[in-house]
Ligand binder design. Structure first.
Ligand code: HMG
Ligand code: MG
Length: 300
């Protein structure tokens, strides 16, 4: 029996946002811009650039305005994260046409991350998303703690499906469903993404895995088998949420691109240029770049 493989997949680069937000030392704005430009040159046409969040909560993102002014281009889907109306109003001052809102399935995580329960967040986002859609925005809903919560433990599939249903009713274009702390195993990834695909087949669905237990690539493959063809990854495998203790970096873009291309699945991404992008940011990152592709490229 042959594997069922698509001809191509889409990689959504989250390095400039998820990758950097948890980095303790401030990465100079000029470096972030160069990183983003090089990632685009590598072929990453959809990217989370930055987030309009409180600089007191996430100091690394305090230059969101400068990043938005310099890096948004109409030829690529450049996404800005915003947790509330205040962030969305800031996006309206830019040329950005794609917004990501983010809410966790678990109340405790939400309270730690955005100081609101899940229901309170939804109540605030409902009119905000209506307005974004009226203005022609691409709206992505990032669903955190879709499998496990660092505070509440295992999340029931029905709870994740039910939160996704709320966002689909609000008219979002995409659900990015996240294993925030990297606890899911491939059987769980397959099961949830299969149900999501069946339930919301008119909505784009992306899988967002963190690599805490080195299972991100296995989970990406399991989601692929469930019919998912959109994956959030981060160059260098950087990343993690400051309010999700235990979360490691995201699935590394270079490892996932390598895996897909070797399987004959097109990503449109040039690995050599992607490595150049990682070299730009690496000297400014306090932790080691841990992806297999990056480490092997340094041994040659
Ligand atoms: P709060 O303290 O409850 O909010 O924080 P507030 O309304 O009382 O405002 C406090 C201050 O923040 C005020 O400034 C506001 O103006 C300002 P002050 O008067 O003290 O100078 N403020 C803002 N500034 C910029 N942009 C905004 C904004 N809103 C208020 N949008 C708040 C609530 C949501 C602001 C805060 O909790 C926050 O910023 N949280 C961000 C958390 C975050 O960025 N987490 C990481 C992203 S999510 C993630 O990584 C998961 C994901 O990758 C998927 C996965 O893996 O799970 C997406
Ligand atoms: Mg994340």
């Amino acid at each position: 029996m042959a594997l069922a493989l698509p001809k191509k997949v889409t990689i959504i680069e989250v390095g400039p946002r998820d990758g950097l937000q948890n980095e303790k030392s401030f990465v100079p704005t000029a470096v972030k811009k160069e990183f983003i430009f090089k990632l685009k040159e590598a072929g990453l046409t959809e990217m989370e650039l930055t987030s309009y969040v409180s600089p007191k909560w996430v100091p690394q993102m305090k230059d969101a305005g400068e990043i938005a002014a310099a890096c948004i281009h109409s030829s690529t889907r450049d996404i800005i994260l915003a947790p509330n109306q205040k962030g969305i109003d800031k996006v309206y001052e830019t040329d950005c046409k794609a917004v990501a809102v983010f809410v966790g399935v678990s109340d405790t995580f939400n309270l730690k991350n955005i100081n609101k329960t899940t229901a309170e967040s939804l109540a605030g986002l409902r009119p905000a998303i209506r307005d974004l859609k009226k203005r022609g925005f691409f709206v992505r809903a990032c669903i955190s703690t879709a499998f496990y919560c660092p505070y509440e433990g295992k999340i029931q599939e029905e709870d994740t499906l039910s939160l996704c249903r709320e966002f689909v009713r609000m008219g979002v274009d995409e659900l990015s469903v996240a294993d925030t702390i990297g606890m899911a195993v491939p059987s769980e990834a397959f099961s949830l993404f299969q149900k999501l695909q069946e339930a919301f087949n008119d909505t784009l669905i992306a899988a967002h895995f963190h690599d805490t237990r080195k299972l991100a690539a296995a989970n990406v493959f399991a989601a692929l088998q469930a019919g998912i063809t959109r994956f959030d990854t981060s160059a260098g495998g950087l990343g993690g949420c400051p309010f999700a203790p235990g979360a490691a970096g995201n699935a590394a873009t270079e490892d996932i691109v390598y895996m897909f291309e070797r399987m004959g699945i097109k990503t449109g991404i040039d690995l050599a240029i992607l490595l150049e992008a990682i070299e730009i940011v690496a000297p400014h990152i306090t932790k080691n770049i841990d992806s297999s592709y990056y480490k092997l490229s340094h041994q040659i």
